[in-house]
Write a protein that binds this ligand. Structure first.
Ligand SMILES: [Zn+2]
Ligand SMILES: [Zn+2]
Length: 162
């Protein structure tokens, strides 16, 4: 289940809409994201990560991103990289690490599994499309500021998708 949010600036009428979380298409999205990462479409760092860690995993959840430099807001995949916790069983014969029956036939790693069975390896470096600055993943309690006039944005709408 994903959540959608609409924000508006009370000062300059800037609006920003985004959808975060995971939807029912998540297994397909996860697979596609890993394929793109391995193909180098998401940058050299994440490509090298999968080359070094065949059993690595990523967080393919949609998140909100905010530029540290110019305040530009965007949505994108989290893409934090993870490696299995030490002492966990090795990857299965399909080239995928698998811990137990519940996930045996699934070709993606859910957020729950990432938390339970993986250690964070590195955060993905998100780059701002506006200024080339570094973007961080917006936290749940973080106040969103208008990128145009730096007024705090107000939540103007909320919806659920999937
Ligand atoms: Zn504004
Ligand atoms: Zn920027």
């Amino acid at each position: 289940m994903g959540s959608g949010y609409k924000y508006g600036c009370p000062n300059c009428k800037f609006t920003f809409g985004c959808s975060t979380g995971v939807g029912f298409m998540f297994p397909a999205i996860y697979k596609e994201t890993v394929q793109r990462a391995r193909a180098g479409e998401l940058g050299q760092e994440i490509k090298s990560f999968f080359e070094m860690h065949e059993d690595g995993a990523i967080n393919a959840e949609e998140v909100m991103l905010c530029c540290d430099e110019c305040g530009h807001l965007a949505t994108g995949k989290d893409l934090t990289m993870y490696t299995p916790k030490s002492g966990m069983p090795k990857q299965n014969e399909h080239g995928r690490w698998s811990i137990a029956a519940p996930f045996e036939n699934e070709n993606y790693v859910s957020e729950y599994e990432l938390e339970e069975f993986y250690d964070e390896y590195a955060k993905y470096k998100h780059t701002c499309e506006e200024c080339g600055g570094n973007m961080h993943v917006v936290g749940a309690d973080e106040k969103l500021m208008c990128p145009k006039c730096r007024t705090q944005l107000e939540l103007t709408g909320r919806f659920l998708w999937d």
